[in-house]
Design a binder for this molecule. Structure first.
Ligand code: URA
Length: 215
């Protein structure tokens, strides 16, 4: 046995239960110390949705609002995503929504300033991977919508480039299962875009591809 603290092992696997479905996973994830991100975050933000969801949406990591509320995609990016999904013909309430990394990572320059999201490292993404693998094994979605580069790298490796494959249907072996995926941009990138309307239209168009796969 290693004498390292659990968070210094960078591996969530020892915390992932083998049985019990989503309720057991969610409960165990709340206690995850598989990487140091749990130390500063308010809580684990596990995936939301049902075991029978046909589509799984995978983002990067919880943001400030998600960290406070304990649910994925409840902040500004989530509101935009819900609107885009509905416009594309996918009911957000019927999707399973999760993130590649389950704890918020942030910098706080001054105590009373807003907490600024920081992208997770490859090490943190890899450490959190067993949770995503367990969610995929339990939900068995017909389609995965990959939201942005971090989710893409977590699922498909570091060579993933969202600009090269967005809006296309990919078939890949992931964690021993054959998965169908439609990558698109992260909804936060739409919020940051100079031409927000055109970025939003691009997101909806990619999600329409996902809707066609599901129909
Ligand atoms: N961005 C993400 O990637 N996930 C969330 O849950 C919220 C914002």
């Amino acid at each position: 046995m290693s004498s390292k603290a659990p968070e210094d092992q960078y591996d969530a696997a020892p915390f992932v239960p083998e049985r019990g479905g989503l309720p057991a996973l969610r409960k165990a994830a709340a206690e995850c110390r598989g990487c140091p991100l749990h130390l500063a975050a308010t809580q684990t933000v596990f995936g939301a949705g049902n075991t029978d969801a046909r589509v799984m949406l995978i983002g990067e990591q919880p943001g400030d609002q998600e960290d406070r509320q304990g649910k994925p995609f409840v902040g500004p990016a989530g509101k935009l995503l819900d609107k885009a999904l509905a416009e594309a013909g996918i009911d957000p309430a019927e999707a399973y929504v999760t993130n590649a990394v389950k704890h918020f990572k942030f910098t706080q320059a001054e105590p009373r300033k807003r907490r600024i999201h920081k992208a997770p490292s490859l090490r943190e993404m890899t450490a959190c991977g067993p949770w995503l693998a367990a969610e995929l094994a339990v939900v068995e979605p017909e389609l995965i919508v990959v939201l942005g580069a971090t989710a893409g790298k977590a699922l498909l490796g570091s060579s993933f480039r969202v600009t090269e494959v967005r809006g296309t249907v990919l078939e890949r072996e992931i964690h021993g299962r054959s998965e169908r995926l439609v990558p698109t941009v992260h909804p936060s990138s739409v919020l940051r875009a100079d031409d927000r309307e055109s970025a939003y239209r691009g997101l909806v168009s990619d999600l329409e591809t996902a809707a066609r796969v599901l129909s």
